[in-house]
Design a protein around this ligand. Structure first.
Ligand code: GLN
Length: 249
């Protein structure tokens, strides 16, 4: 791809929402652009920084503890209108765990409500015990399973929205409906934190593709050699879903 194709990635509140090294997910997006000759720029936004959403193609919100979510929640509410327009205009967003919960109407902890952004029709209520597990998902639009790790007290309910994936192993949104995460326009919300994108290059490429399509009408990405990632993925799927049918690749 020639140098005129460029993506700008915004990382929101990396100092507060970085519970499991979410910065690594940004680096993964950057490298998969660089390997394809796509220009890429990243910018971190901290408390009080002005965010020009019109200059951004991808936004990442990481995971955070309840305390950090309270702080970030009040920051985000100040920029809610611009964030909302960005989402409705098809801007790409990846929101992980604490960040995912803040996309919704509220996150309720022992009767207290942290108001969310209401960008996506969902809500979260905290309940014991914490849902901690390796997790494997299936999204029919992706070539193979999504693998990861979850650790959350919140139970999220996404109403009529599409989930990010069906749970093959693990708890997912609430431990009840075998669904994990949410997909709304080009927003992906998920409880899979840590190295979500390095472990799941197909998820990373899905985000890059949606941003490139919105900006340039590009729908095809150059294939990269993901042999090792696919082997690791297959190992995990076999380990946790032995008796379930996994995708051939
Ligand atoms: N505080 C939230 C919960 O426990 C999110 C935690 C996280 O980001 N890992 O549900």
């Amino acid at each position: 791809m020639d140098g005129t194709v460029k993506l700008r990635i915004g990382h929101l509140y990396p100092d507060l929402l970085n519970l499991y090294g979410d910065r690594g997910n940004v680096q993964c997006m950057v490298m998969r652009c660089v390997w394809r000759g796509i220009d890429v720029e990243t910018k971190e936004y901290n408390q009080g920084d002005k965010i020009d959403f019109s200059s951004l193609d991808i936004l990442l919100l990481g995971g955070g503890s309840d305390r950090e979510q309270r702080i970030v929640g009040s920051e985000l509410r100040k920029i809610r209108e611009d964030f909302h327009s960005y989402v409705e205009d098809g801007g790409t967003v990846l929101a992980v765990c604490g960040g995912y919960q803040l996309l919704g109407h509220y996150y309720e902890i022992e009767g207290e409500r942290i108001e969310g952004l209401s960008l996506v029709d969902l809500y979260t209520v905290q309940k014991a015990p914490r849902l901690i597990s390796n997790i494997v998902l299936k999204n029919e639009e992706l070539p193979f399973e999504i693998t990861g790790f979850e650790n959350h007290g919140g139970r999220t309910f996404i109403g009529k929205n599409r989930p990010f994936g069906k749970v093959l192993y693990g708890f997912g949104n609430n431990g009840e409906d075998q669904e994990e995460g949410v997909l709304y326009k080009n927003v992906t919300g998920t409880y899979l934190h840590g190295p979500l994108l390095p472990k799941n290059p197909h998820v990373c490429d899905r985000l890059l593709r949606s941003a490139l399509e919105r900006k340039y009408g590009i729908t095809q990405l150059e294939a990269l050699d993901d042999t090792q990632e696919k082997e690791a993925n297959r190992y995990i799927v076999n380990r946790f879903c032995k008796n379930k049918k996994s995708t051939k690749r």
